[in-house]
Each structure stands twice: as C-alpha cells, then as structure tokens.
Design a protein around this ligand. Structure first.
Ligand code: ZN
Length: 135
C-alpha cells in the first residue's frame, strides 16, 4: 500500500490508525480537514479511531512533514497533505469552506514588493476571507 511506504519514508512506524488517517486525507473529496472532520469521516467509514488519536496522529504527521496545518481565523485548524505544490487559500466566513487558488501575477508581485524592501522572499501564506456574492 502506498500509505505504508509514505509513513516509512517519513520515519513513522506503520500503525493502523496512521494508515487509516493517511488514506482518509488522500482520498477525501475535501482537501482541507479538521481533526473532527477526519474523526467523523472515519466513523462513517466504520473505522473506530478515537478523536484523541486523530489529534495525536495529525500532529505527528505535521512534525514529519506529511501534512500542513492551517490555522485560519474563526475556525478549527485544518490539515492537508503536503504535496509540494504551492497554493494560497480563500476561506468562506459563512460556511468555513476552503478554496485553493494560485495566481502568477500575485506571486510575482509579492516577490517584487519584498525585493523593493531589500529582502528576498522565503515563504508566504496568503489567506483571503470571503463570502458568496449576494449571500
Ligand atoms: Zn490547500
């Protein structure tokens, strides 16, 4: 199973909860899940993994670089698989829905602004808080 080798590569022992949670993050339609979301999805799938275990495993995954944690305003921390592709996020303030986007013009402009200040860009995290038009 691909999950097993991913765990080993990250230096983590293969345990059933770790495999289940990694599979869930890999196959869920929603790429950004809170610990509660993962817990509920596992329950619905008939997998009996406690919420405390889900928290612990997600934190281990974060430390191992398997997932990225986002602390968006006004909600629980959400986790997504670290697949290497840079993207930014929009968060709907009404529903908490997370939308990913990538805009070359914004990326370029951010670099320019940083350089105008005499720095070079190391990393960035752009979050737009949004609401549906007309809602
Ligand atoms: Zn994302």
């Amino acid at each position: 199973m691909v999950e097993n080798s991913e765990l080993r590569k990250a230096g983590l022992k293969v345990t059933l909860p770790r495999v289940k949670i990694l599979q869930m993050l890999d196959h869920a339609e929603e790429r950004h899940m809170s610990a509660e979301d993962v817990y509920k999805a596992l329950m619905e799938a008939g997998d009996d993994v406690g919420l405390a275990t889900v928290y612990r495993v997600l934190t281990q995954f974060e430390t191992a670089g398997l997932v990225v944690r986002h602390n968006f305003d006004g909600g629980h921390a959400v986790f997504e698989l670290a697949d290497g592709d840079h993207h930014d996020h929009m968060v709907c303030v009404d529903t908490g829905e997370v939308i990913e986007f990538f805009d070359p013009a914004i990326e370029k402009r951010q670099k320019e602004i940083v350089e105008e200040h005499g720095y070079e860009l190391v990393d960035h995290n752009l979050v737009l808080y949004v609401k549906k038009k007309g809602a």
